[in-house]
Design a protein around this ligand. Structure first.
Ligand code: ADP
Ligand code: ZN
Ligand code: ZN
Length: 733
């Protein structure tokens, strides 16, 4: 009897299974796992990935379709990453086809060839190296020549030139006409020798570096260093060793534009050999950088969330900076946590992984306490600066104007006189969070969400931050027909305007999602701040992450109270992390810093720990609370979400799904809560509900979920709502 090969293929459809196909006509050799194939699917043809091959002597009873064509001659991901994608799909209970989509650069999700279109490369000629003509009247040419002179091998590619100027083509043509620059074929970027720094590591830093450097196999480290303690140097030094040994380092950051210092430092030290991967890149550029990582041409690969799946030819080290940051958790599509995937990947690849933060997640703190991770601590600020003093302003007793209390205002004036910078943090963009009737207290609500509309005064619109809906502000109250309506509360724009009026001499810059929508505007604002061209920075949490502002000596926090009494069990943790991070922006140079926090609850225990900068104590306390409530990391959560345009449909769906789960014996090992309406029930016109499951360990959760979700995928009713499963959920709204 002839053997029949059945090829299993991950197809990009939202089902947690693979599909079987026969080899294409005339093929007798099976493609290997990791190879892309074109398959017929319904009326369409889809690009899928081969995940396995089964040989069988039996022709299956059902008829199998043939693969249309095999797209690759070799797997596009190495075997270990094929396994990583499989693991992630299993662990997070996500469809394998969707997991593959997440893991690949966009172009490779389609039929694009594995080898990218390699961008043009240019190099300085001998004449160019020795030219000393001034280019004063051609500023872009000057900048481009300077960049060539500084580039490893005097070579730049088109994306690098585009970073210098969007209009690089003409000046480069001009330079080529003068024979100073010529085209050159792509070669591997030279492994640029890293530039030395001008200080030596302190004892804590050196100890951390030694521990990391002496590890070649899998080991997870938590680099727990207070703000300004020089974690970046520890990363750079460990990366240098790995690169010198001919291996590659993968560095994950929450958002590229928010960590300009790390990006800059890596570029400075490792030059063109850094391959950057994030969603802001053009598809071709991303594919090219991904390919350089895969071929081993890029010794350092720097990226956001999905870069955790970037293939490396010679992996040596994985770093996750700001590991507590929730943007590592993807909230839609493939729901996974890049930090946790990074740790598992390090295990698969048998390399060390370093998670770094001044305010580590409670999960990571817990993992060090049970010796799963090794803790490396940096206890002091790297420069000779003390941590800032944190004080509270009791808003029940203090007058305020446009959100700023008298005390904070005086402190701002003082900094202005001393030519020092201040930073005002408020977690609300827009002008005012509420548009209300002063007569009867009516508030403008979004029709499609359970949320207030935010006034954006510049465009004179009320915006919903949840669904994007906009409308003009009402001038007549729909409830009492009064005409005295206006803003209540303050957002970033109101602070900026208010302070601008009261301190006309101050140079104020606002940093939030609205002010940074244009490419490069965030970078410009941050550079201006570092060049002391700004007196007051007003911004949202965009300002809290990883920035080194050496001249900021005052940090003001407006309304810190959201999060103190939230329904989300992680809210306090996130508030504490945010406040400690933003406080950490103050006094990073030699001058002492001060933090003033406006609150209605100055006696809240969270604020006491914060004043002592005692994150460890806070974490201990928060963990003990989690333990007594049997919350993660002492248990495992999974959240089944559903939403529908029909009121109650989502809730009823979850109730029915819950009844089905309880028919299955495996459910006894887990705790199934009641299905409830989501805290913000209505969003973008859909009614949302959720069902929380908790389990003592991962396998209990997995065993209960597997058959239940399998059943759900075939349950006709599951097509009447939108549903999703979220393992280790971070956001409970
Ligand atoms: P973190 O990321 O831990 O908040 P950074 O890495 O941004 O801290 O370092 C804070 C500042 O201290 C930076 O300006 C950095 O250049 C400087 N720095 C780091 N290590 C040292 C050191 N050993 N000696 C002097 N300055 C240092
Ligand atoms: Zn009214
Ligand atoms: Zn809305």
């Amino acid at each position: 009897m002839t053997q029949l090969s059945i090829v299993q293929v991950a197809v990009p459809v939202p089902l947690r299974r693979e599909f079987d196909f026969l080899l294409p006509e005339g093929h007798d050799r099976s493609p290997v796992p990791g190879v892309r194939v074109l398959v017929p699917f319904g009326h369409r043809r889809l690009v899928g990935i081969v995940t396995g091959i089964v040989s069988t002597g039996q022709v299956p009873a059902y008829s199998l379709k043939r693969i249309v064509s095999v797209l690759d001659g070799e797997p596009i991901l190495p075997a270990k990453l094929v396994n990583l994608v499989r693991w992630a799909a299993d662990y997070y209970q996500q469809p394998i086809g969707i997991a593959w989509q997440t893991a690949l650069p966009q172009l490779l999700r389609g039929k694009h060839s594995l080898t990218p279109n390699i961008p043009e490369h240019f190099v300085l000629t001998d004449a160019g190296m020795h030219c000393d003509e001034s280019l004063d009247r051609a500023r872009v040419q000057r900048r481009i020549m300077d960049a060539f002179a500084a580039a490893p091998g005097y070579c730049l590619d088109a994306p690098a030139l585009k970073l210098i100027s969007r209009h690089w083509r003409q000046p480069v043509d001009a330079l080529m006409r003068r024979d100073w620059v010529r085209r050159t074929p792509y070669t591997e970027p030279p492994a640029s020798g890293s530039q030395p720094r001008d200080f030596s590591l302190n004892e804590d830093q050196q100890e951390a570096v030694d521990a990391i450097e002496s590890t070649v196999n899998f080991r997870a480290f938590l680099l727990y260093g207070i703000t300004g303690s020089g974690k970046t140097e520890v990363y750079l030094e460990s990366i240098r060793t790995v690169v010198n040994a001919g291996k590659q380092a993968l560095v994950l950051v929450p958002e590229i534009s928010l960590t300009p210092q790390l990006v800059q430092a890596l570029r400075q030290r490792f030059g063109k050999s850094v391959a950057v991967l994030h969603s802001g890149l053009a598809a071709g550029e991303r594919h090219y950088n991904w390919w350089r990582a895969r071929e081993g041409h890029a010794p350092v690969v720097l990226g956001t969330r999905s870069a955790v799946f970037a293939p490396l030819q010679r992996p040596g080290l994985i770093i996750v900076d700001e590991e507590h940051d929730t943007s590592y958790k993807q909230q839609d599509g493939m729901r996974y946590h890049a930090r946790d995937v990074a740790v598992y990947r390090a295990k698969l690849e048998d390399v060390p992984v370093v998670l770094g933060s001044a305010t580590p997640s409670l999960e990571s703190m817990y993992n060090t306490s049970v010796a799963r991770y090794r803790r490396l601590t940096l206890t002091e600020r790297a420069k000779d600066s003390a941590l800032p003093r944190i004080g509270y302003i009791d808003m029940r007793r203090t007058a305020a104007q446009d959100g700023v209390s008298t005390i904070l205002f005086q402190a701002l004036e003082q900094r202005l006189e001393r030519s020092e910078q201040s930073l005002i943090f408020i977690n609300r963009r827009g002008y005012a969070p509420v548009w209300c009737c002063y007569g009867c207290g009516w508030h403008a609500q979004c029709e499609r969400c359970d949320a207030h509309l935010t006034l954006h005064q510049r465009i004179n619109k009320l915006l919903c931050h949840h669904c994007g809906r906009e409308q003009p502000p009402q001038s007549v109250c729909p409830q009492c027909e009064g005409v005295s309506l206006g803003p209540l509360g303050a957002g970033t724009q109101r602070l900026e305007d208010g302070l601008g009026k009261r301190l006309p001499q101050a140079r104020i810059v606002r940093i939030d999602r609205d002010s940074t929508r244009h490419k490069g505007s965030l970078e410009n604002s941050l550079t201006a701040a570092r060049n002391r061209e700004v007196d007051i920075l007003v911004g949202t949490q965009l300002l809290t992450k990883g920035h080194d502002f050496p001249y900021v000596t005052l940090v003001g926090v407006i309304n810190a109270d959201q999060g103190l009494y939230s329904v989300d069990y992680r809210a306090t943790e996130q508030l504490f992390q945010q406040l400690l991070q933003v406080s950490g922006r103050a006094g990073r140079d030699i001058r002492a810093g001060e933090v003033l926090i406006q609150t209605m609850y100055p006696d809240h225990p969270v604020f006491r720990e914060l004043a002592n900068h005692d994150y460890t104590r806070f974490a201990d306390y928060a963990l003990s609370e989690r333990k007594s409530a049997d919350y993660p990391p002492y248990s495992r959560f999974a959240l089944l979400r559903a939403e529908s345009t029909r009121a109650s449909a989502a809730l009823e769906f979850l109730q029915a799904a819950r009844r089905q789960l309880r028919k299955h014996p495996e459910h006894r090992r887990i705790h199934v809560m009641d299905a409830v309406r989501a805290p913000m029930e209505k969003r973008a016109g859909r009614y949302r509900a959720q069902l929380l499951l908790s389990a003592p360990d991962r396998s209990a959760l997995h065993d209960a979920l597997m058959p239940w979700l399998d059943w759900m995928e075939t349950w006709p009713r599951s097509r009447t709502v939108r549903w999703s499963i979220d393992i280790d959920p971070v956001d409970m709204y």
